[in-house]
Design a protein around this ligand. Structure first.
Ligand SMILES: Cc1cc2nc3c(=O)[nH]c(=O)nc-3n(C[C@H](O)[C@H](O)[C@H](O)COP(=O)(O)OP(=O)(O)OC[C@H]3O[C@@H](n4cnc5c(N)ncnc54)[C@H](O)[C@@H]3O)c2cc1C
Ligand code: SF4
Length: 479
């Protein structure tokens, strides 16, 4: 197989040209499967097994990458899978959507020496997919059931990782989520072309089969207060993520067809899951035949532009106030979007939305970047009299997310949060200021990554276990 084919080890990340996406997937489907089988071994054996595993150091989960690459190279996939699962609750998810260029692969010694990284993420995905196919991934078998129970608020990656680790120890776990489906942003945020929904649903099913209970359409703060929930369980993990969209306060903001990113992505994901979505079917949240302008430069903005392309938008522009080098989104995602026909309008800031009742255009001012400030980032400064107009039938605002007001939502004024609204925790134990209540994931870190949420969930499980053991021991002593 020619070296060029290595580029196709993960087609979802190598989508080349707007019109050709589906065709190319079809063309390569056959050789893709065959190719993966043959090439996973070859790629794995490219690992130089260097003395200092920089890839492992830069993986938030400290995955034992060199060892599972070696096992994969030797064709010992069952052992490789066990090793991959020993530090990660969802290797097939991380293999697909970690920004590897900033983590493991970006620090691969072979990459650093200019010979192209070992494709760690794709191999991680391959090992785990092979394990699912071979039925090596089994529901948790509890050796001894314990009578203490834990409530997990939020069925995103942080909550799910914590739930799994605690269930393995025999605790009774209930995961509560206000969405109708479990998975958090893995289901309703991240688009299907990056992470297929069956991958997440398969995980949830195996957790259910292992005895974890899921209670969906159940919102803490609405269906029950935090205090009441506390009375029902021995410990609680808050893993509610961050969902308040950052706003842009400019004139015309209330015109029709201007949407927050999550409205657009949730509608698209629901549609992909087979739901009836009124606002999509009516055309409101469907980008088809529209001139779409996405505002923002992070990964959420990249997901919006790439979703709009797949919905057959007439044109898709991404407006960002800094330049390409200073963009927060993953370089690989920007490259994918560019290849799919997205036009990036760098160094540009929306000044005003215009239209009668619906948006028809956005007035944009040009920006220059000044010297870096104390944070190391260059500051954007408007260029006077540089305004111009961009035609738009649909605006998607992807400016990031802040935490909701949890003390208010949970009816728990005592719960301590930071100035930004993230939950304050003891950094060693991950316990909040309320005894027995722990927190993990985006609601502690602010908007972050799936791999960090999994790491936090696992760490919280260790602390919750210690807390509950201590509680149990004092009960025994007191009796
Ligand atoms: C569009 C988008 C794309 C992304 N792409 C990537 C990517 O490619 N790679 C990557 O690594 N990361 C990505 N991320 C970030 C990643 O999804 C998050 O960092 C991660 O999901 C955080 O996990 P979490 O468990 O903390 O929270 P979440 O995944 O947000 O889950 C929180 C859950 O809590 C539930 N909940 C909230 N409040 C309540 C309540 N009061 N009662 C009951 N349930 C509640 C929510 O319904 C939700 O299901 C992306 C984020 C977005 C928005
Ligand atoms: S979890 Fe993410 S960072 Fe770690 S090895 Fe896998 S892809 Fe790389």
């Amino acid at each position: 197989m020619p070296e060029k084919m290595l580029q196709f080890i993960d087609l979802d990340k190598q989508t080349p040209n707007k019109r050709n996406i589906d065709q190319r997937k079809e063309d390569f489907k056959e050789i893709y499967d065959e190719f993966l089988n043959q090439k996973a071994k070859e790629q794995s054996s490219r690992c130089s097994q260097c003395g200092i595993p920089f890839c492992q150091i830069h993986c938030p989960l400290s995955n034992n990458i060199p060892d599972w690459l070696k096992l994969a190279a030797e064709g010992r996939l069952e052992e490789a899978n066990e090793l991959a699962h020993s530090t990660n609750n969802m290797p097939e998810v991380c293999g697909r959507i970690c920004p590897q260029d900033r983590l493991c692969e970006g620090n691969c010694v072979i990459e650093q020496s200019g010979h192209g990284t070992v494709t760690i993420g794709s191999i991680e995905k391959y090992i785990t997919e092979h394990a699912w196919e071979k039925n090596w991934i089994k529901p948790i078998k509890v050796l001894k059931e314990l009578n203490q129970s834990i409530a997990i608020i939020g069925a995103g990656p942080a909550g799910l990782a914590c739930a799994e680790e605690l269930r393995k120890l025999g605790y009774q776990i209930t995961v509560y989520d206000r969405y109708d489906r479990s998975g958090g942003l893995l289901i309703y945020g991240i688009p299907n072309f990056k992470l297929e929904k069956f991958v997440v649903q398969r995980r949830i099913e195996i957790l259910k089969a292992g005895g974890i209970k899921f209670k969906n359409n159940f919102e803490i703060g609405k269906n029950i207060s935090l205090d009441e929930l506390r009375k029902k369980h021995d410990s609680i993990l808050i893993a509610t993520g961050v969902y308040k969209p950052r706003e842009i306060e400019i004139s015309g903001n209330r015109l029709k067809n201007i949407f927050p990113a999550m409205d657009f992505l949730v509608a698209s994901n629901r549609k992909g899951l087979g739901d009836k979505v009124k606002d999509f079917d009516s055309g409101l949240l469907n980008a088809q035949n529209k001139n779409v302008v996405v505002i923002g430069g992070g990964d959420t903005a990249m997901d919006c532009v790439r979703t709009a392309v797949r919905q057959d938008a007439k044109s898709v522009k991404c407006l960002y106030r800094r330049d390409k080098e200073n963009m927060p989104g993953s370089a690989r995602e920007v490259m994918n979007a560019e290849e799919e026909g997205v036009e990036f309008v760098w160094l540009s800031n929306p000044k005003k939305f215009i239209g009668d009742s619906k948006i028809s255009a956005v007035i944009v001012e040009k920006i220059k970047l000044t010297n870096a400030d104390s944070s190391g980032r260059k500051k954007p400064e408007p260029i006077p009299n540089s305004e111009y107009e961009i035609k738009a039938d649909m605006i998607i605002k992807a400016l990031g997310f802040d935490p909701e007001d949890l003390p208010k939502l949970f009816d728990s004024k005592d719960l301590l949060v930071s100035k930004l609204g993230t939950i304050k925790i003891n950094q060693t134990t991950m316990e909040t200021n309320l005894e027995g209540i722990f927190a993990a994931g985006d609601i502690v870190r602010g908007a972050s990554l799936v791999v960090w949420a999994i790491k936090d969930g696992r760490d919280a499980a260790i602390s919750i276990n210690k807390y509950l053991q201590k509680k149990q021991n004092s009960k025994i002593k007191a009796a």
